[in-house]
Design a protein around this ligand. Sequence first.
Ligand code: F6R
Length: 247
Amino acid sequence: MKLFAAKDYEAMSLKAANIVASQITLNPKTVLGLATGSSPVGLYKELIKSCQSGQLDFSKVTSFNLDEYLGLPPENEQSYIRFMKDNLFDHININPDKINIPNGLAKDPHGECAEYDKRIVKCGGIDLQVLGIGHNGHVGFNEPASYFMLDTHVVDLTPSTIQANKRFFESEDEVPKKALTMGIRAIVQAKKIVLVCSGEDKAQILYDALYGKVTPEIPASILQIHPDCYVVADEGALSLIRKNNKI
Ligand code: F6R
């Protein structure tokens, strides 16, 4: 694991975007794993700038998003497909046929999960996975559990995730209680991982995930065993790591 310090959210986003951009430059047919949430929005902004200035070409890139809420139609403002369109896809030259995101309206959600894993395998796996981390250590919506959930699966969101995500909805009642999420296998098998983490409120979980024991109780801790994982964090998120003299 390589840890990169950035002074603030903007610097973090730029550093992480540079890693993603290098990957796409070196392999225009990159299979990208993508996350939603606040953490990668700045990184996506930088990628948009590079694409719009002609420096970066997404036309041959394939993308797989980590997750989607179960039961939210794509036109719902809080659906993750809508988020991705607003924050990235509508502003770059990615081929819509190469965009993959779990279908939150699938009649058979479990079948949809199995199909999603097959699609990832068929594309040769993920070359570079972008991740954020939840306050409870989740990656994608792999919530803390007594074992690592390997496959794409339907998950009951934990109260802490529902609490964290209610900021995007009118009320807590409107936050979906279930989601479809890529499992730990596809994430860990990604050839390269870039985790972005910002803010002091993430300092404890980032420290625990990177320097505590590897445990499904903190799903992100599995990243410790990944051979090519980049963590790009700002000073707020790094505060506890610095305090413990780890960097
Ligand atoms: C969403 C996802 C989640 C988020 C995490 C952090 O696709 O994968 O694991 O990365 O909940 O969310 P933010 O970035 O909003 O703090």
